[in-house]
Design a protein around this ligand. Structure first.
Ligand SMILES: [Mg+2]
Length: 290
């Protein structure tokens, strides 16, 4: 047999072998990328391990305490857009309105489970997590809310957690030492009243605004401040710039790189899209300047 004939015999083996190895390699890479490149890996680790995150949230709450003192001495001060247009709020008792998740409660352990289990967010497993009552506290939140309570300021937790798990939310907050107003509603959940069925918090802010002068709004999501959160990226930027004087003064925002309206705007709120389509839509928003 000549060397050419031998090569012809060996060639399919080489090609088959190569393609098999190549396929195995590709499969390995694909399976690794599923578990090792979960979208939230960096954001969850940043929240859980970086000193920078805790530094930012403590700084935000230190600023909130200073602003609250300013607000207490100025009866015309209100952080609530729902209170604009009438001075009636000036005589109401003061309150600070805080969001719950990633504002006072740290749910990064839940997000870490999604990373470890390679799962997208799911409302049912979220509610199971809430009922475990294992959320931690966001650095700075406890000191601030206790300071507010010590000044006679009502502390209100306005959350998009469901009314059905409100007892768990209250238990979790209470166990961590967060002040809860005795005899008053402290936690205001979604669907607690028929007219509070939406994630849009404006109807619940209006409810609070009829009873308290709102000194500060504190949250990690634009929707914690205004219902104008749910627009396109451009609409959100335009809306936000209209409230330039509120940021860092009456509205205190905390960082949340894990989730929020900012993330949903990236895939145009298309909840029916597959995970890979959402990622494609997100990547289309990368700014590379080249
Ligand atoms: Mg939140």
């Amino acid at each position: 047999m000549g060397s050419d004939s031998r090569l012809l015999l060996i060639l399919p083996l080489i090609l088959f072998g190569c393609s098999t190895i190549e396929k195995l390699g590709t499969n390995q890479t694909t399976s690794e990328s599923n578990t090792e490149r979960h979208e939230q890996l960096h954001s969850v680790l940043w929240l859980q391990t970086s000193v920078e995150y805790a530094g930012i949230t403590k700084g935000a709450y230190a600023l909130a305490a200073l602003r609250m003192d300013e607000a207490l001495s100025d009866t015309m001060w209100t952080a609530s857009l729902e209170q604009l247009g009438s001075a009636a709020y000036a005589s109401l008792p003061p309150a600070v309105v805080l969001d719950v998740d990633e504002t006072v409660l740290d749910n990064s352990a839940f997000q870490a489970r999604l990373v470890e289990d390679d799962l997208p967010y799911d409302g049912n497993i979220w509610n199971e997590w809430v009922m475990e009552e294992k959320a931690g506290s966001i650095p700075g939140a406890l000191d601030f809310t206790r300071y507010a309570a010590s000044k006679g300021v009502h502390v209100i937790y306005l959350t998009n957690r469901e009314a059905g798990v409100e007892t768990s939310t209250e238990n979790n907050l209470r166990a961590l030492g967060f002040p809860m107003n005795s005899g008053e509603q402290s936690v205001i959940s979604k669907r607690e009243r028929p007219e509070w069925g939406s994630s849009d918090k404006s109807s619940r802010r209006a409810f609070v605004s009829e009873r308290y002068r709102v000194l500060l709004l504190i949250g990690d999501n634009y929707g914690d401040f205004t219902e104008e959160a749910n627009g396109s990226l451009l609409e959100r930027r335009r809306s936000s710039s209209n409230y330039a004087s509120y940021w860092g003064k009456k509205w205190i925002v905390l960082p949340n790189p894990m989730y929020g309206t900012w993330e949903r705007a990236l895939f145009n709120y298309d909840y029916g899209a597959s995970e890979s389509e959402k990622i494609r839509l997100k990547r289309a928003n990368l700014f590379t300047n080249r």
